[in-house]
Each structure stands twice: as C-alpha cells, then as structure tokens.
Design a protein around this ligand. Structure first.
Ligand SMILES: Cc1cc2nc3c(=O)[nH]c(=O)nc-3n(C[C@H](O)[C@H](O)[C@H](O)COP(=O)(O)O)c2cc1C
Length: 166
C-alpha cells in the first residue's frame, strides 16, 4: 500500500492502546515497546515515520546502534494485553515477544515485524534528533517531563515498505 493509506487507523491506534515499535539489537535479539507518539509524513523527499523514545527506555539504547525498526499496528481491539505488557515491562528484564507469544517475521533488509498486525511500516533509520529542554514549550515540559529529565529522542525512519493486512 502507499505509506499514507490507513493514516486514520494509525492515528486511532496511537491515540488508543498504542502500536508496537520493534527494534533488534546487534545480535538479532528483538525488543518490542509500545508507543503512542509517532509521526508519518514526508522529509528529505521520502516517506518517513518518526518515533519518540525516552532515554530511559531499553529501546533507546537499541536505537542508538540499530539500522532499522518497524512500527506494527494491531487491528482495533486486538493484542491490547500484549500492548499493555510491552508498554510497562522492559526488554532489560523480558523477552517480550516470547512472553506475549508473538511471532516475528523478516521483512525488507532484515527488518523484523510482528505477524498478525493490521498495518506494518518497515523502516530504515535515517536520522536521530535528541529534543533539547530549551526547545520545548514550557507547557509541554511541565506536563511530560520531570524537572531534570532529558526529553525524548526523535528517530526518523525512512519507510521502506508499508503493508496492510486489514
Ligand atoms: C499506550 C502506551 C504508549 C506509550 N508510548 C510511548 C512512547 O511513545 N515513547 C516512549 O518512550 N514510551 C512510551 N510508552 C512507555 C514504554 O512503552 C514503556 O516504558 C516500556 O516498558 C519501555 O520498554 P523498553 O524498556 O523495553 O524499551 C508507552 C506506554 C504505553 C502503555
């Protein structure tokens, strides 16, 4: 499908139970993290999915050396327990795909994605941008961050393939 088809479903998931962000480490071990913050659009003349990850997440450490990631969106009402698990437990302590009995598949260029999701965006890491406290609106800083907390890092992923299993 075109990357922007089913944009509404993507946003509905982000506003609701979330979507899975799937990142592999250097040894090929895969971690799943639930995300509610992401953007899909055009940068550098390419379709780009951007995800925002707090420095405290295991996923953040993985993204510092990763080359790819995927964003996997379940059908509405499905995999909600799994999203809750992957959004509260850390890959430092769990193999979350195994704990949730989710099957991983190989996509383009070795990207891993979750079997059984409605929408899958396979991405190549194209850049990163740590958000600076001073660049954010005071209201956002106050609402989302502790006084000394470093804000999210924005990771840009060029969409290599967007698939619809709806
Ligand atoms: C619905 C939902 C949405 C979330 N969205 C984000 C997000 O966009 N960015 C983020 O850094 N953490 C987000 N989180 C929190 C992480 O998923 C959570 O801290 C997770 O346990 C981190 O896993 P990791 O340590 O294996 O990376 C969200 C959690 C939930 C339940």
């Amino acid at each position: 499908m075109r990357y922007d088809e089913h944009f509404k479903e993507l946003c509905g998931a982000l506003e609701g139970a979330g979507a899975f962000l799937v990142v592999a480490d250097k040894k090929g071990r895969v971690n799943l993290m639930t995300i509610g913050w992401a953007q899909l659009g055009v940068i550098w003349g390419e379709p780009v999915m951007s995800v925002l990850v707090r420095p405290s997440r295991h996923t953040h450490a993985l993204l510092e050396t990763a080359t790819h990631f995927s964003v996997c969106v379940p059908r509405r009402g499905e995999l909600e327990k799994e999203l809750a698990f992957c959004g509260t437990k850390s890959g430092r302590d769990y193999d979350k795909a195994r704990a949730c009995a989710l099957t991983l598949k190989d996509g383009a260029s070795g990207v891993k994605y979750i079997d059984g999701c409605a929408l899958v965006y396979q991405c190549e890491l194209y850049g990163r941008a740590p958000l600076a406290r001073g660049s954010l609106a005071p209201a956002a800083l106050k609402k989302y961050y502790e006084p000394a907390e470093t804000p999210h890092t924005l990771y840009f992923g060029k969409v290599l393939k967007a698939e619809n299993f709806l």
